[in-house]
Design a protein around this ligand. Structure first.
Ligand SMILES: NC(=O)c1ccc[n+]([C@@H]2O[C@H](COP(=O)([O-])OP(=O)(O)OC[C@H]3O[C@@H](n4cnc5c(N)ncnc54)[C@H](O)[C@@H]3O)[C@@H](O)[C@H]2O)c1
Ligand SMILES: O=P(O)(O)OC[C@H](O)CO
Length: 337
């Protein structure tokens, strides 16, 4: 007899930025009690007052009931947790959560990145800091503002425990938000993290007005790099052809709504990366992921020339025209993956 599917009555969303707030709305629309944790008391008060999240989702009304809190313990008591702070903050948040989270609680990783200090994927950080959690990840083409407005999209929810992935997908599904369940957690994480690096490169090509042919060529060769990286980690090749791979790559490498693509455009237009970062530009996860992905590729002997040049550009040691020149002058080769 098949076991009954797990139901999640309460969903705790950790991180009240754009994506956390959008996912809290999804949870509420799916009929769950959504508890949104944020560290910023003003944002929490605004959500509770019914005036939405003007800082991260300006102009978007919250029509559904979302309960916000600055008390991490309150959110941590939920049946299902979504972790939605930036990738580089995950470990610190998990350390705060460790004494608060019950054994066996499913934790869905929603950040798209690789930990810069250690080279760990988000699921590896989770395993180290919150071993009592059951891991999952949510990724795919999904701009927070689109999702918050109720525009339709589809995403992937992956967990090595397929029944858990099915249950999370079921628990978060709404008429406008369609999660597909999968078991290749690592493949989903890699696609989500590395597409941000390519989006910076694609944006730089666009900003420098090098033409749509150049953009398409760069995305295709960048996708080959992601495939090599994934293969080396024994991820399923099919995963990259799905929502969390190709789907998100297409979205992020082609839309000015993407913060990573927009960051790249500014670089292509001639802005210095140091100035962009100093002026407090919106979160561009790819800028943190590029150097660590480059370092991992070197250690694992994976050829990732586009990731290499993005890393050097964000580190300030390579100019865009020199990067293009380097890529174009590489020895000719067969077009294998
Ligand atoms: N915005 C999107 O469309 C979108 C979609 C899918 C995935 N993501 C991913 O979700 C993650 C979060 O992105 P976002 O768009 O919500 O970013 P954001 O910049 O809109 O919000 C980040 C939130 O994290 C909080 N935060 C930052 N540092 C923190 C810390 N040390 N402790 C606690 N809270 C902290 C901020 O206060 C803010 O509320 C990223 O990895 C991003 O790639 C974003
Ligand atoms: O705005 P970006 O570049 O962080 O992209 C947001 C999402 O990852 C798109 O799926």
């Amino acid at each position: 007899m098949r076991a009954a599917m797990e139901r999640f009555e309460t969903i705790g969303i950790i991180g009240a930025g754009a994506w956390g707030s959008a996912l809290a709305l999804v949870a509420a629309r799916a009929g769950k009690k959504a508890i949104l944790w944020g560290r910023d008391a003003e944002t929490v008060a605004s959500v509770n007052a019914g005036t939405g999240n003007p800082r991260y989702l300006p102009g978007i009304a919250f029509k559904e009931a979302v309960s916000a809190t600055t008390d991490l313990a309150e959110a941590a008591r939920a049946n299902l947790l979504l972790l939605v702070t930036p990738a580089q903050t995950l470990r610190a948040i998990l350390r705060d959560l460790a004494p608060l989270v019950a054994e066996g609680t499913p934790v869905v990783l929603c950040a798209k990145g690789i930990e810069r200090a250690t080279g760990r994927l988000m699921s590896e950080v989770l395993a180290e800091e919150l071993p009592q959690a059951r891991p999952a990840a949510l990724s795919g083409p999904s701009f927070a503002s689109d999702v918050a407005k109720g525009l339709p999209t589809a995403v992937t929810v992956a967990s090595p425990d397929g029944a858990l992935a099915d249950a999370i997908a079921d628990g978060l599904s709404t008429p406008a938000f369609r999660p597909y369940a999968a078991t290749d957690l690592i493949g989903v994480e890699i696609g989500g993290a590395l597409k941000n690096v390519l989006a910076i490169a694609a944006g730089a090509v666009a900003g420098a007005r090098l033409g749509k042919s150049a953009e398409a060529a760069l995305i295709a060769r960048g996708f080959a790099e992601i495939r090599r990286f994934s293969r080396n980690r024994r991820a399923e090749p099919e995963t990259l052809m799905g929502l969390s791979g190709l789907g998100d790559l297409m979205l992020t490498c082609s839309s000015v709504q993407s913060r990573n693509y927009a960051f790249g455009i500014r670089i292509g237009e001639g802005a210095a990366v140091a100035d962009l970062l100093a002026e407090g530009c919106p979160l561009a996860e790819g800028a943190m992921t590029a150097p660590v992905a480059r370092d991992l590729a070197r250690v694992e002997a994976i050829d990732m020339p586009i990731t290499e040049v993005v890393a050097e550009i964000v580190e300030g040691s390579l100019a865009l025209d020199a990067a293009i020149d380097r890529l174009m002058r590489r020895p000719l080769k067969r077009e294998e993956a």
